[in-house]
Design a protein around this ligand. Sequence first.
Ligand code: SF4
Ligand code: SF4
Length: 428
Amino acid sequence: MSKTNLAYQETFDCVQCGYCLPACPTYKTMGKETHSPRGRINLVKMAAEGKISLSELEGPIDLCLGCRACETACPTNVQYGKILESAKEVLQEDRRNRMPKRVKMFQSFFFNRVLPSDTVLTMAGAGLSFYQKSGLQKATRKLGILKQFPENIASFEKILPEVAGPIRTKSRVQRAPVQEVPTYSVGFFTGCIMNTMFSSINALSIKLLEAAGCEVKVIKEQTCCGALQNHSGETKITKELAKKNIEAFEKYQFDFVVNSIGGCGAMLVEYDHLLADEPEWAERAKNFARKNVDISVLLSNLPLPFKNEIRKTVTYQPSCHMTNVQKRTNEPLELLKSIPGITYKEIPEKDMCCGSAGIYNIVNYHESMDILDDKMEQVKKVKPEIIVTTNPGCHLQMKLGVEREGQSENVQVVHLVELLAKSCEINV
Ligand code: SF4
Ligand code: SF4
């Protein structure tokens, strides 16, 4: 991997017009050209030409959220995602060469063995569940032990969702198929972190799909989508995971592969780009990507058995990966508005990223909090009682935003499927 692997040709599509600048959250909060899409594209071009070193490229690229709002805003269709991924891959390779052996081993263990491993994630979920239910969490908070931890870890501990133990998680997602002639045959993609931290959302998603007439299967051969690895420039590992998922799902004749995770969904629909240069996989990846949809896409076309009105003021924080990569903007919104009783109010600049972006909010905590505080300023203008999200990362980030505003008692943060299920009287 060298500078020649940077997406150099693609940088020439940028005509330097600057239309993307107002859409870029890091340009807005940091106010520097180097932290704008145009600036980053120029830096990639200069690095490829040998005019700057990779270390000069590193900071601006690491501080990019990868939200790809610039791509949506760009009138000349610059492939910013491709440029960014090439830069991340080259930088990661360069870093790997300089990393101490133990850091390299830890990273490889995390990406290769933790995220894709059902066993390790089940153990992690069990540990978290024990921490929450044994009284350890209460004691930790009471004794002020969290103050000894870095601010980013302590902040996220406060808003951890209630994690189910391993037996509950398993029984939640193993659903019996419906017996009638189904509308669609659906393979459900559970996601690794989603299934560990938010197994109830997966379980509700499956029940909603079944209530809408689908036959749903959760196949155990599926693995992590590779999004976090891809965002960290680990393209080789991402490709291996993509191939495993394609192989797993193509054994079945599903009409759709459905997920409730905006970020993972964005990775899954781009498997065709990821494997475009591998002749044995390109067509298979294309077929797989075509079948992958967010749950809102399917549910917005099927009848749902709504029973209860939800008389609340509700707003929606879209996930960037749903908007800018999956290009699904109408479906979740229409579905949300179809819930009887709700009053929908739109957040000004709703498409601006909340600052979550995978693990950006942990690695670049302070920059992420600046972006989140900006977002909360806009949220306050519509005074919602409920904030709806469609991605676990945004979900936690918005919970943190509400917490930072001291509004945890008054404002709820829920996934879209939770609100739909509530109105349909579907529980886990
Ligand atoms: S991906 Fe997002 S943060 Fe990065 S340059 Fe584009 S708009 Fe800015
Ligand atoms: S990325 Fe697109 S919108 Fe931004 S400066 Fe370049 S051409 Fe203009």
